[in-house]
Ligand binder design. Sequence first.
Ligand code: PXG
Length: 284
Amino acid sequence: MKIYISGEYFEKSEAKVSVFDHGFLYGDGVFEGMRAYGGKVFRLHDHIERLWESAKGIALDIPIAAAEMEKAINETLDVNGIKDGYIRLIVTRGEGTLGLDHYLCRDPQVIIIADKLALYPHELYENGLEIVTASTIRINPSMLSPQVKSMNYLNNILAKIEAYKAGCVEVLMLNSRGEVAECSGDNIFIYKRGVLHTPSPEAGILEGITRRAVLEIAIKTGLKVKESPMTRHDIFTADECFLTGSAAELIPVVKLDSRIIGTGKPGEITKKLLKLFQEETKKS
Ligand code: PXG
């Protein structure tokens, strides 16, 4: 595996950043997780835009232009011979001192890793996921915006630890108002009586690229779409529930906190939207 670091390629064992990099010392940096289909990155422009917004949100100047970044991403896929895979793009604050002073970090590092996909097991798509609600609250946007896809994912990791302790692979996170926000690494949707419903950005979520794509597809197919506050009650009483993410695409959820959602089986709308989403990934 060849990893891109600021203009050069390194073998995995040689791909290193300084221990004085503030990405390592403080989680000071931003990232993107993308998916390539048939050698093409799905919604690359959206990912690039989100990365630049995340960087702006933490006052980090990305040292290369967006066009150069896109070229480097495609080249990293080529160099590694990956047509269908996962791409992790990272921009760290760069090497500094042990203090917090970000302005002493003069050389932000751009890292691109192209790898095989680590997907949820196929049977979970067939049977649906069981999730639990985390007691870890999704970080409040007034503290650190969840829109910033930062290198500090501890909030999500603490929730994911709760998932594994409960024997689940994903976990529902509520915001500080007690409303449904999202899962540790996926957005959440429910379907009930003709309406597709997902929490709006004000719930304090990362606005997923897959979430956006699914909303667009749903509107095109004539489904009613609602972005507004959601509670656990809405999930308990939904006909269908599913999660979206670059790695997961759409994955059905059939139980929340041991309570069966809908029929307890992946729903027809979920299956239809997954199929349409997969068709969309072939187009791009
Ligand atoms: N919410 C959060 C908090 C995320 O981190 C999503 C939603 C879905 O967004 P996209 O743009 O992918 O539709 C994410 C992104 C992984 C992994 O390895 C996934 C994410 C983040 C970090 C790692 O599966 N998900």
